[in-house]
Every structure is written in structure tokens, then in C-alpha cells.
Design a protein around this ligand. Structure first.
Ligand SMILES: Nc1ncnc2c1ncn2[C@@H]1O[C@H](COP(=O)(O)OP(=O)(O)OP(=O)(O)O)[C@@H](O)[C@H]1O
Ligand SMILES: [Mg+2]
Length: 280
């Protein structure tokens, strides 16, 4: 039997299976991240003793109101923002002990899709030249698919290749961002409010796309959202954040149907009535 892991993508044979394939894609223990207010010097604890795990192929949500620390957590956990204290292991590597070179090699394994797709794309680059740049930076990782096939995966027509970001709708621009992330064949996709900047009419399509990508590529997903409907549509488990702390975590079905924490109940109560019961 081959020791390669098929991802369901034609021409895409994953990295050979190693003992590391069974370690969590992301393991965070007792993470504390503080921000210092530059003008007052005051220190604010944005993430307070948070632990979470994401296994290969798993889809984990972090929900909470604005300012609860979701983005700070995601950026720290992926090595893209201040790391604070605590233990962060990305694909089995402790971020505290790996060198810059090793961190650079890990980078393509984690791709982030942000809320504002236009803000994530270089306005001076056509879609084609942006993809070409990624291919130049990571020739081996990116050779598995042509631009046209890649766009097909995110259901965009090849004509889009010659457009600049300002010539794309919000939904199209977000699909381009997702395509750029996919091109790297990441093990973890972090989606930080990926649909909240989009028109309601295209939100469901982008969510369906993320769900599909998860199934076909086997990439794990860390979804940040304040929208519980989004989380329930895409994720297996949910962590509820309140003032920097995870106050409740578990399978979506359990947390949403039988919430234990008052804050989770409040979040649910803010959503229309009985929509959580017996529906997926
Ligand atoms: N660079 C920074 N300097 C100082 N304070 C910061 C910084 N970044 C975030 N904060 C503060 O940390 C807290 C958590 O911010 P964070 O962006 O993680 O929240 P969030 O849950 O992602 O919110 P939102 O849903 O609005 O995106 C907020 O009070 C925010 O003002
Ligand atoms: Mg945020």
C-alpha cells in the first residue's frame, strides 16, 4: 500500500505519512496574550489562559462578541501575531523553540482568509500575476494545479485571471483569496470572519465552498466568527470566548442545544428563536 495520503485533488498527493501526521495540526495550551496601550501604557489581557486543539481535517470554531480576543488568539496560535506566553504547537513544532527558518518553512502550511478580501489582495496585481508570484515563492508546493483548474475549484471563471481586485465583487474577491490559500495545499486554514464582509446573497456560497474544501483537501479549519449560524453550518466543535477566556467548548450540537454557560445562552438568545433545535 502506498504511504501517500490522497487528498481527493487530482494530481495532489499529500506529503508522505509520517508519525507527525497523527499529531494535532494545532495545539494551544494556557495561552496568554496581552496588548499594551501605547498612549496610556496600560496592559490589557486579550487572551487569558486559552487552550484548544485541532486535529487533521477537523473544523473548529471560535465564537464570541467583538473584542473577546478571537483574532488575537488566531494570530498568536498561527505565529502571525504576538505569541504571549503558553505553549503553541503547530504541526508538532513548538513556536517558542523553532528558529526563523523553520517557522518560514511552516508558514505555507497555515493559510489565513480574512474578513475583507479586497484588503487582502494587492490592488496593483491582477489575479493571474498574484498567483504567479505565489508560484515563484513556493514552486514545489504550487505545481499541483493550473490557474484555470484552481479557479474552477472555487467556482470562478478563467476570465477572472486578468482582472484586478477593484474589478471583482466581494464574493469573487473572497473566492480568489480562498484559491490563493488552497494553492499552497495548507494543513490548516484559518478563516477570520470570512463572510461577514460579504453580501448576504453570497455568504452561503462561500460557506459551502469552505465546507467542500475541507472535505476534498483534508485541511483542518479554524473558523472565527460571531455568527453562530455560520459556525453551525461549517464546524464540528466550538469554543465560546468571553473577555479573553474560553468559557465553554464542545461539539456544536451539544454547545448550541444544551449550553452550560450564561454567556453562550445569551449569544444563542440573540439569535432568532428555535433555529438551533434539530436543524443543520
Ligand atoms: N494591537 C493591539 N493593541 C492594543 N489592543 C489590541 C490590539 N489588538 C487587539 N487589541 C484589543 O484586544 C482585544 C481583543 O481584540 P481582538 O481583535 O482579538 O478581538 P475580536 O474578538 O477578534 O473582535 P472582533 O469580533 O471585533 O474582530 C480588544 O479589546 C482589542 O481592542
Ligand atoms: Mg477579530
Amino acid at each position: 500500500m502506498s504511504d501517500a495520503v490522497e487528498t481527493g485533488m487530482p494530481g495532489d498527493t499529500r506529503h508522505p505519512r509520517t508519525p507527525e501526521a497523527d499529531v494535532p495540526v494545532l495545539a494551544v495550551d494556557d495561552l496568554v496574550v496581552e496588548h499594551r496601550n501605547r498612549s496610556t501604557g496600560e496592559v490589557f489581557r486579550a487572551v487569558d489562559q486559552v487552550s484548544l486543539r485541532i486535529a487533521a481535517g477537523q473544523s473548529v470554531a471560535v465564537v464570541g462578541e467583538s473584542g473577546s480576543g478571537k483574532t488575537t488568539l488566531a494570530m498568536a496560535a498561527t505565529g502571525l501575531g504576538p505569541r504571549g506566553s503558553g505553549d503553541i504547537r503547530l504541526l508538532g513544532h513548538s513556536l517558542a523553540s523553532i528558529g526563523r527558518g523553520q517557522l518560514r518553512r511552516l508558514r505555507p502550511e497555515v493559510q489565513v482568509v480574512f474578513q475583507d478580501p479586497h484588503g487582502s489582495l494587492d490592488p496593483r496585481q491582477s489575479v493571474r500575476s498574484g498567483l504567479r508570484e505565489l508560484r515563484t515563492l513556493q514552486p514545489r508546493r504550487t505545481s499541483w494545479i493550473t490557474d484555470a483548474d484552481l479557479l474552477g475549484r472555487v467556482r470562478l471563471a478563467p476570465e477572472i485571471l486578468d482582472r484586478f481586485p477593484h474589478q471583482l465583487s466581494g464574493g469573487q474577491a473572497q473566492r480568489v483569496c480562498i484559491a490563493r490559500a488552497l494553492l499552497m495545499r495548507p494543513r490548516l486554514i484559518v478563516a477570520d470572519e470570512p463572510t461577514s464582509g460579504l453580501d448576504v446573497s453570497v455568504q452561503a456560497d462561500v460557506l459551502a465552498l469552505l465546507r467542500e474544501i475541507r472535505t476534498t483537501t483534508g485541511a483542518a479549519l479554524l473558523m472565527i466568527s460571531h455568527d453562530l449560524a455560520v459556525v453551525r453550518a461549517v464546524c464540528d466543535t466550538v469554543h465560546v470566548m468571553f473577555r479573553g477566556q474560553v468559557v465553554e467548548a464542545g461539539p456544536c450540537e451539544t454547545v448550541f442545544v444544551t449550553p452550560r454557560h450564561d454567556y453562550t445562552r445569551e449569544l444563542l438568545a440573540a439569535m432568532p428563536g428555535a433555529r438551533w433545535r434539530n436543524r443543520r
